[in-house]
Design a protein around this ligand. Structure first.
Ligand code: NAD
Length: 488
């Protein structure tokens, strides 16, 4: 499937196994960020559309919850097969609507497939526990059951991987699902629904309602929704977490980030530069695990010069061009916001050692910004504190590892952090003391695999059980305890 203007006027919602128009006639354009050519329009659905989708999911749940777990898993095996068969097409769709480089998109599809792979293990993952003889003649057993209808709300930056963090595992556990994809990257979600249906998923098990705030509010307020999985920016994550929890729902809300990378004096500088460049500027810095602040321990001008040189050499352009690393940001409005941060950095006294604004006009149609690096940033500056979500890097200076760790502790966010060093003592200290949930040792993007929890801390996550891994299974199931006496 490739999207062209003539092929698709307005995207459809997917409710009860049918492609249906939204009730609202309001739409938003979905442009390609590299060219601003409009790919399609997305409907801004209403609460009425949410009600229809939730009713379909509620109805489907009555049957789906009783489908034997291995049978549910077999549908996911088929889905896995279809995703693998369509790997390249899915990657191209991601490039079109999100703008990231094809190689990154291909990797994202792979990460998504791995989530399905994990969910295929449902028969093992859903196993309970038992103990014979908790007292004389009495045994105890724990069984897991699905929750009911789950709502998923996803961001623009991983149109494939983030929905696949959610619905395959939720559905494998016996729930039914209503997905609200990002209105900025809604196309891929519909393709996922097509492939999921081809895999044999019964109608109503997966539903998609496109739109914005009204759909989100419709989901978090709906009495028939048992749980909400959310991924997006910090203010919205907090809002969704608080509102949905108030409605008595189980919630996991993954939020924004500011990931620090510490460069120790003994680090392999060439490798550190290479990892930081790709972590910072890959996907135009629009990854929740992107490096956005580097803490240089000691005086290390060689590192700064090498980083700047590599940034100068980056090829900027359309993600479909093979050699390109730096791609556009999602929208012109987002780039305007980023330009405001650059002004603020200068005004607050940071030293702009590489100004990416000069490359903006090289590709006038797209939302491009060249690699931008500030040096001598201090932890109290706005650009050090806030998530910018763009190819903008802050370099902070620290006298020693303790001070570097203090910068990480002071950050409100705690998604990830990395150290570059070969010193075992520094590694251990970093592992024990770094105040973030996903750490890298000489790894630029320490994002976890599907069988481990994606475990952000502090304001990077609201809730208790994370997505993926056993946390994901616990989130999407409730436990029932049976205590049996056999001597009656
Ligand atoms: P966003 O918050 O703008 O949008 C996320 C979802 O929330 C979308 O579906 C959107 O329609 C909805 N939404 C937006 N504003 C809303 C409002 N006022 N009321 C109700 N719903 C609203 O996020 P984004 O820009 O699409 O995604 C980027 C953000 O997501 C970054 O902050 C990034 O760090 C974060 N993110 C976090 C993780 C993680 O694992 N922690 C992973 C991916 C992305």
């Amino acid at each position: 499937m490739s999207v062209t203007k003539s092929e698709t006027a307005v995207l459809k919602n997917f409710i009860n196994g049918e492609w249906v128009s939204a009730h609202s006639s309001q739409t938003l354009n979905v442009p390609n960020p590299a060219t601003n050519e409009v790919l399609t329009k997305v409907p801004v659905s209403s609460k009425e559309d949410v009600d229809l989708a939730v009713a379909a999911a509620k109805e489907a749940f009555q049957t789906w919850k009783n489908v034997p777990v291995p049978k549910r898993a077999r549908i996911l095996y088929k889905f896995h097969h279809l995703l693998t068969e369509n790997h390249e097409e899915l990657a191209r769709l991601i490039v079109q609507e999100n703008g990231k480089a094809y190689k990154e998109a291909y990797g994202e599809v792979q990460r998504g497939i791995e989530c399905v792979e994990f969910a295929c293990g449902a028969p093992t993952l859903m196993m309970g526990e038992s103990l014979s003889g908790i007292a004389e003649g009495i045994d105890s057993e724990m069984f897991r059951y699905p929750l009911g209808v789950v709502g998923g709300i996803t961001p623009f930056n991983f149109p494939m991987m983030v929905p696949l963090w959610m619905f395959p595992l939720a559905i494998a556990c016996g729930n039914t699902f209503v997905l609200k994809p990002s209105e900025r990257t809604p196309i891929l979600a519909n393709r996922l629904a097509e492939l999921f249906t081809q895999s044999g998923a019964p109608k109503g098990v997966l539903n998609i309602v496109h739109g914005a705030h009204d759909v989100v509010n419709g989901l978090i307020e709906h009495k028939d929704i048992a749980a909400i999985s959310f991924v997006g920016s910090q203010p919205v994550a907090k809002y969704v977490y608080e509102r949905a929890a108030k409605e008595g729902k189980r919630v996991q809300a993954l939020s924004g980030a500011k990931n620090h990378h510490i460069v120790m004096p003994d680090a392999d500088m060439d490798k550190a530069v290479q990892h930081i460049i790709s972590s910072t500027f890959g996907s135009a810095g629009q990854r929740c695990m992107a490096c956005s602040a580097v803490v240089i321990i000691g005086d290390n001008e060689r590192f700064v010069q090498a980083l700047k040189k590599k940034a100068d050499e980056l090829i900027i352009g359309n993600g479909m061009d093979e050699e390109v690393l730096l791609t556009p940001v999602i929208r012109k409005e987002h780039r305007d916001k980023v330009l405001g941060y650059i002004e603020k950095g200068i005004a607050e006294g940071a030293e702009l050692i590489r100004d990416g604004r000069k490359e903006m006009d090289d590709h006038p149609k797209g939302n491009f910004l060249g690699p931008t690096i500030f040096d001598h940033v201090t932890p109290d500056m706005t650009i050090a504190k806030e998530e910018i979500f763009a190819p903008v890097l802050s370099l902070l200076r620290a006298e020693n590892l303790d001070q570097g760790l203090e910068y990480i502790r002071k950050s409100r966010y705690g998604n990830g952090a990395t150290i570059y060093t070969n010193n075992a003592k520094a590694v251990r200290k970093f592992r024990e003391e770094a105040d973030a949930g996903m750490l890298g040792i000489n790894v630029g993007v320490p994002a976890t695999m599907a069988f481990f929890p994606f475990s952000g801390w502090k304001d990077s996550f609201y809730g208790d059980l994370h997505v993926n891994g056993k946390d994901g299974v616990n989130f999407y199931t409730k436990k029932k305890m049976i205590t049996s006496r056999f001597d009656a």
